[in-house]
Design a binder for this molecule. Sequence first.
Ligand code: NAP
Length: 454
Amino acid sequence: MAFKSVNPLTGDLIRRYDTWNEAQIETALSQAAAAAPAWRALDMETRAAHLRRVAEVLRARRDEYAALMTGEMGKLIREARAEIDKCAWVCDYYAEQAADFLADELIETDASRSLVVYQPLGTVLAVMPWNFPFWQVFRFAAPALMAGNTGLLKHASNVPGCALALEGVFREAGIPEGVFRTLMIGADQVGAVIEDPRVHAVTLTGSEPAGRSVAAAAGAQIKKTVLELGGSDPFIILEDADLDLAVEVAVTSRFLNGGQSCIAAKRFIPVEAIAEEFLSRFRAEVENMTCGDPMDEATRLPPLARHDLRDQLHKQVVESIRQGAVAVTGCMPQPGPGAFYQASILDQVRPGMPAYEEELFGPVAIVIRARDETDAVRIANDSVFGLGGSVWTRDSARGERIARQLECGCAFVNGLVKSDPRLPFGGIKHSGYGRELARHGIREFVNAKTLWIR
Ligand code: NAP
């Protein structure tokens, strides 16, 4: 089998990469195991210095890495550059904060001294998606490595160039050989790696089926997992919302990264009193989102990452329309070689339709109208997913009250749902479990060990 890097703008093959055989996997696993003792023995300051150098490499090669991502999965070049900046930020953030997050905690007991110490688990396997090819990886790698773990990356098959470039970042920064390795393996080879005793924990960011499969394999081996899965975030617009702001952020949130973000607002839930006004203003903005070359700074809507993903999205849209949803705008693939899908709005979405029940991973906004605030919260929580959510109201106390009722890992009031190294990130329900980022993220892959001393 081979990985193919295909430009989603043109459909052209960029390059083929051979997948690894067992001997190559074995070499990487033994390198990770060999590197682990020296890496965990380093003091925090030395590991922090390494991470700061990683951030420097990222900043120095920002344009090159951004162009690589845009070429392989089609994201807008300006969003790609911002993604590299964010990766450098998360490295600096953990270099600065890790010593505090993992400091010994003294606890008064009947011992003369008792405390909790945080120690690395060993080697963590990360199975990652293509939508933020660099950010998703650094979100795992910066805290995992700072905590003293070594890392193995199995990246999505459509971004092999990024997968190898990521390993190159760590190499160029002088991180010791084996501390971070990319495995050029397919999904069908992940199970064997999870079973290997030299792998101690697994983190997966991706779809629900991939999460189930990886968690089952890790569970059978009693290995810790963190799962960051799909979402269908609600965006509740109340009658007292600042509609100018709500519409502006609705467009940003839904269409960022070509609509391929786990925490994009996907279900727009306006209350009856402002539903028509919200929809007509939203529609006017969405109709301005024209498709174009992602390398062009002026483009607002890039192609989707792969043609098969566009086909899958269109199937969900067509089936929802067949069941009674209304295409307000778009809802069609754009003709031509690029994997473009028109910026779309589906109104009158109801339970049972794919658009209601499933994640739509592309530039399609779903509208589900609510009678009032109570109905809006009910609809928001009527989902198997629980990643993020937002509420739009001029009354921030009301917003906070509603945000507390939302069944999700993060709820924002009058703001774009986004990840931030300083705030924990993750979901509940079928959106997964565990947290990345902040203090919570670095504590996922450590042993919180009790010491009791007389
Ligand atoms: P995906 O198809 O699940 O792939 C994700 C990763 O899992 C890839 O490396 C893939 O490898 C691997 N994989 C797939 N099936 C597997 C299996 N049975 N066993 C082992 N590994 C397997 O998801 P995607 O299309 O790349 O990404 C989109 C999804 O990710 C969306 O649902 C999105 O919401 C979610 N996501 C979640 C977050 C979050 O933080 N919660 C962030 C970003 C994206 P191959 O490519 O080789 O198949």
